[in-house]
Design a protein around this ligand. Structure first.
Ligand code: NAG
Length: 423
């Protein structure tokens, strides 16, 4: 029998026995005041250990225009392992440095989410990916420790891809839930948790996330839940760690998780919700008032959710204009050039959106107001983690750059546009 299926049977028996005895386990001290009013304010290091074309455009522009890889899988396949490793080593070594962590701390941030692909832990037969990421991840953890930042380790891509997004490593594939890919995923999840939930990292790694954005509607939800259950078991009962388990809502309503892994039988479980308003024609067509109204709805949804909630990804984007945001070779919905799913219709020109210096004062104000409203809404829960810390040229997705431009408030809780919602 496939490992996942047999594990599931063993697990269901074992787990009910174990948890029945541990209704009130000794809670070891958590290194951050989750649930005690301390708010998560963080950034994701996107585009680092998992490449995304829109985050570091020039890496992908070395290829002929008709042969641009759409994701890291094809990036390495086109270059071959030797050259891929050479380029990625340089990228891993330079994309973030100690200075970035110092700047994060100085900006008032307290969290960093670090996405990493399964291939950093284990390669499947025939994979073009290269390895060597983990020493760089460990070095980043030591910098985070030095500047008092807490870290979530997030498996952003699993074998076969859990969502078909380019940011899973392999675009347009949805094969995560085959027996062999689930089996491989379990081993990889165990390796990640064993390595990063170890006591040695407990002062800095405060959460592990076994998978990013499993695309609920095309997957089997019961297998997602089984994978989450097993991750909890691995973290608490195998590795014996009390750090948080962060679980993405799989694009289901957050409240639909209100009877899943609940306190007090389960504890330190965080529901990770991602909030973007640019990935459908209806969303990019919203005006400022409609974007803000939706932000307030997000805050209400968080208040209705029983698990601890962190918005583990969000951005300042009011358009999908950033080049290749929707994937290499795909246009933007905002200017009507999007090519998939029946296309899109024109809302406005994308040209000026790439260049912050050409934004009008009104556009700058809208952007800041949207950021402030989101921070307020997401702090109705445990807080937020912005996507990304830095980019090459994607202004609406670049916290460090928005910080310099005065779009991100400093200090983080100062407000130019208070009370967009009634929170
Ligand atoms: C993105 O990648 C290129 C090519 O490797 C590199 O030279 C460049 O500095 C990167 N961009 C940023 C903003 O770091």
């Amino acid at each position: 029998m496939a490992r996942f299926a047999s594990l599931l049977c063993i697990f269901l028996t074992l787990f009910s026995a174990v948890t029945a005895n541990s209704v009130a386990p000794a809670r070891r001290w958590l290194n951050f005041g989750y649930g005690l009013g301390e708010k998560v304010r963080g950034v994701n290091i996107g585009g680092w250990l998992v490449l995304e074309p829109y985050i570091n455009l020039s890496l992908f522009k070395q290829f002929p225009a008709h042969h641009i890889p759409v994701d890291e899988y094809h990036f390495c396949r086109y270059l071959g392992k030797k050259e891929c490793l050479r380029q990625l080593k340089r990228h891993w070594a330079t994309w973030v440095t100690e200075k970035d962590f110092a700047q994060m701390a100085a900006a008032g941030l307290n969290h960093v989410r670090m996405p990493v692909g399964y291939w950093a832990f284990s390669l499947l037969e025939g994979d073009p990916y290269v390895q060597g990421q983990l020493p760089y991840l460990d070095r980043a953890l030591r910098w985070a420790r030095k500047y008092g930042l807490k870290v979530w380790i997030d498996i952003h891509g699993l074998p076969g891809s859990q969502n078909g997004f380019d940011n899973s490593g392999l675009r347009d594939s949805y094969a995560w839930q085959t027996d062999s890919n689930m089996d491989a995923s379990l081993s990889i999840m165990e390796a990640m948790i064993t390595r990063y939930a170890a006591p040695h990292w407990n002062d800095v790694v405060t959460a592990v996330q076994p998978v990013n954005e499993p695309l609920g509607p095309v997957l089997d939800r019961s297998k997602i839940e089984a994978y989450y259950d097993y991750s909890y078991y691995e973290l608490r009962n195998v590795v014996d760690s009390d750090i948080c388990l962060a679980l993405h809502d799989a694009f289901y309503p957050q409240t639909s998780w209100n009877s899943f892994l609940q306190y007090p039988k389960y504890y330190h479980v965080i529901l990770d919700h991602h909030a973007y308003q640019v990935f459908s024609p209806g969303e990019v067509a919203r005006d400022q008032a409609a974007h803000l109204a939706q932000t307030c709805v997000e805050g209400q949804n968080i208040l209705a959710t029983s698990l601890w909630t962190v918005v583990g990804e969000w951005s300042a984007a009011l358009t999908d204009c950033t080049q290749w945001l929707n994937g290499v070779g795909r246009g933007a919905r905002y200017d009507g050039t999007y090519s998939l799913n029946g296309g899109s219709s024109y809302v406005g020109s994308c040209r000026r959106r790439w260049d912050f210096s050409s934004w009008t004062a009104q556009e700058k104000a809208n952007s800041r107001q949207y950021v402030e409203a989101q921070m307020d809404a997401y702090e109705q829960g445990l807080g937020w983690i912005f996507w990304c810390w830095k980019t090459e040229n994607a202004i609406e997705w670049d916290f460090s750059s928005l910080l310099q431009k005065g779009i991100i408030p400093q200090p983080l809780d100062s407000r130019k546009f208070p009370k967009a919602c009634n929170f």
